[in-house]
Design a protein around this ligand. Structure first.
Ligand SMILES: [Zn+2]
Length: 98
């Protein structure tokens, strides 16, 4: 019983890793360039993807290797997010503030 479970687990991992990566281009654009929030991608017919950032509301349309921004981000939100990121990075690196 225990061996079976282990084999199942290994197979699940293998499936996940190799699943459809031949015809599915790896989405390198997975974080918002403005606030580094994980963005969600929605597939459209014709191979297009609609990428949206829930943080700042920006949206991009991706087709093949072309990415076009269709909705401008809320810059207030972007600034707030960037300030948070800076604080976070500073805390991690433990560098004194200038
Ligand atoms: Zn964003």
């Amino acid at each position: 019983m225990a061996g079976l479970t282990g084999r199942h687990a290994a197979r699940a991992v293998g499936f996940k890793r190799t699943g459809r990566d031949a015809d599915t281009p790896t989405v390198t654009f997975e974080r918002c360039p403005y606030d580094a929030t994980l963005i969600s991608a929605e597939a459209f017919s014709g191979g297009s993807l609609m990428l949206t950032c829930e943080r700042c509301g920006a949206a991009w349309e991706a087709h093949n290797s072309l990415i076009r921004r269709v909705i401008e981000p809320a810059w207030d939100e972007v600034q707030a997010a960037q300030a948070e990121l800076r604080d976070h990075a500073g805390a991690l690196a433990e560098t004194p503030k200038h």
